[in-house]
Every structure is written in structure tokens, then in C-alpha cells.
Design a protein around this ligand. Structure first.
Ligand code: ADP
Ligand code: MG
Length: 257
């Protein structure tokens, strides 16, 4: 299919993506389509390439081969295969919102200003409009009561919920989550997963790397399993968790449950 005839509905389209570090291939010919409104979870052991795959989607890592389109727009290189101008790249990258394991909020800004910073300075929104939207998003993640608080006064779960609101404030086509609960104390995991579940119910498009199996089963439309940089299984969650076709995945699930 040519680049100009990508289906309207694909929020993310990854074709034949490969990436090496120091001569070791950590992603091998990865193909993945994420439809608008779809939730895809990526599972796999540590070192299987999950973070690298997410980081290629928003060009934090540059793939060696293959193409990635966000809502029909190619990221990283122009149609002639040349590196995109920095400004164009920033614009395409802004169509993705990323939530990391470590929340990395701006410590010198209160919660509200963490959320309004990029919409004002990158999207050129007025302060009033950005704050109105930010307050609605903080409400959505259950953090409106902390709008004036500074990050260092928040729990890990609260920080992560603010980080989610901050990413949403850019109105991305797709939200990318890289183990959003792995740095949290166990008692704080649930509140963050609940927020992500709400987003899925609202129709947000999301690609989520997680080790939370029950969550993945509940929230996914598609589950993808990476093994040494290869997608070795992809299925709807019911099939994936009850009837995986590869021995490797069945072993993984036994260990994780
Ligand atoms: P996962 O997120 O599944 O644990 P990663 O995508 O982080 O896996 O890493 C996949 C492989 O690539 C690992 O072997 C890791 O050591 C290697 N790797 C990741 N990032 C880099 C990097 N910037 N430089 C060199 N090797 C890297
Ligand atoms: Mg990782």
C-alpha cells in the first residue's frame, strides 16, 4: 500500500521496523496497526524490545529500517526519505503522548502549570483556554484538588495521574505508556490503572507496555507479545490469555500469574 492511501482509521501504523544497538538487532521486522480508539498492550520479558518499540513510535529512537505513521503522517523522515526538519518532527511527535515509568514532572511548576506548559508554549493556546482544559483533565484523573500543589508533595500514584493529564493536554492521536505503574508502591498501582481504564472506555487510542496481566486482559483490544525483538504472538485478550498458540507465551503467562 502506498503512503498516501493509508486507512483513515489507523492511529499508528508500523511497517517492517528494525532497530539495532551495537550490532544487536533489538527489533526485527515489526508490523503493527493500531486503529483509532484501540488499546494495544505489549507484553514480553525484560530486554525483549518493548521500550525501544514505544520510543521508535515517537522517534525518541530512530529505527534503522521501516516506517511509522501517526494518523497517516509519517514520522522522522519525509516522503523522499530525508530526515525531517526538527520543527516538523516536533509537530508529528506532538501527536503522541508518552507516559514513562518515572513520572518526570517539572518540579518547579505546580500541578496546573505542569499540565498547561506545553499547550501554551507548543500549541500556542491562551493561558485561559489551557487552564480550562487542564482543570477538566485533572478532574478526569481525579487530581483537581491538587491543582496548586507541587510535584514533591504528591504520592507516586498522584504524580503519575498528573503525568497522564499532562500528556492528554496535548490532545495526542495516541497515548504511549511505558510500564506506567512499575515504579509505584503496590498500593498505588490500582488508582493509576483505573485512570487508564477510564480512558480506554472513553475511546482513547493507547499503546501500553505493562506487566499487569489482569489489567492487560481487561483493557486490551489486541495483545502483542515481543520476544527478542520479534512479535511472536498477537491476539485478542481472551485468546491470548486462555489459548496462546506459542509455548513461549504460555510459559510466560504461567510465570506471571
Ligand atoms: P524492554 O523494554 O522490553 O525491557 P528495551 O527495549 O529497553 O527492552 O531493550 C531491548 C534491548 O536493547 C536490551 O538488550 C537493551 O539492553 C538494549 N538497549 C535498549 N536501549 C539501548 C541503548 N540506548 N543503547 C544500547 N542498547 C540498548
Ligand atoms: Mg522497558
Amino acid at each position: 500500500m502506498s503512503e498516501t492511501t493509508l486507512p483513515e482509521t489507523a492511529a499508528v501504523s508500523i511497517r517492517q521496523l528494525s532497530k539495532s544497538f551495537d550490532g544487536v538487532e533489538v527489533l526485527r521486522d515489526v508490523n503493527l496497526e493500531v486503529a483509532k480508539g484501540e488499546v494495544v498492550t505489549i507484553l514480553g520479558s525484560s530486554g525483549s524490545g518493548k521500550s525501544t518499540l514505544l520510543r521508535c513510535i515517537n522517534w525518541l529512537e530512530q529505527p534503522d529500517r521501516g516506517s511509522i505513521h501517526i494518523a497517516g503522517q509519517r514520522i522522522g523522515v519525509d516522503d523522499a526519505g530525508r530526515p525531517m526538519p526538527v520543527k516538523t518532527l516536533a509537530r508529528v511527535r506532538a501527536r503522541t503522548g508518552m507516559v514513562f515509568q518515572s513520572f518526570n514532572l517539572w518540579p518547579h511548576l505546580n500541578v496546573l502549570h505542569n499540565v498547561t506548559e506545553a499547550p501554551i508554549h507548543v500549541l500556542g493556546k491562551s493561558k485561559r483556554e489551557a487552564e480550562e482544559h487542564a482543570r477538566a483533565l485533572l478532574e478526569k484523573v481525579g487530581m483537581s484538588h491538587k491543582a496548586d500543589a507541587y510535584p514533591n508533595t504528591l504520592s507516586g500514584g498522584q504524580k503519575q495521574r498528573v503525568a497522564i493529564a499532562r500528556a492528554l493536554a496535548m490532545q495526542p492521536e495516541v497515548m504511549l505508556f511505558d510500564e506506567p505503574t512499575s515504579a509505584l508502591d503496590p498500593e498505588l498501582v490500582g488508582e493509576v490503572l483505573a485512570v487508564i481504564k477510564d480512558l480506554s472506555a472513553e475511546g482513547y487510542t493507547m499503546v501500553i507496555v505493562t506487566h499487569e496481566m489482569a489489567f492487560a486482559r481487561a483493557v486490551s483490544d489486541q495483545v502483542v507479545f515481543l520476544e527478542k525483538g520479534l512479535i511472536i504472538e498477537r491476539a485478542d485478550p481472551e485468546t491470548f490469555f486462555t489459548n496462546a498458540s506459542t509455548e513461549r507465551v504460555r510459559k510466560f503467562l504461567e510465570r506471571e500469574s
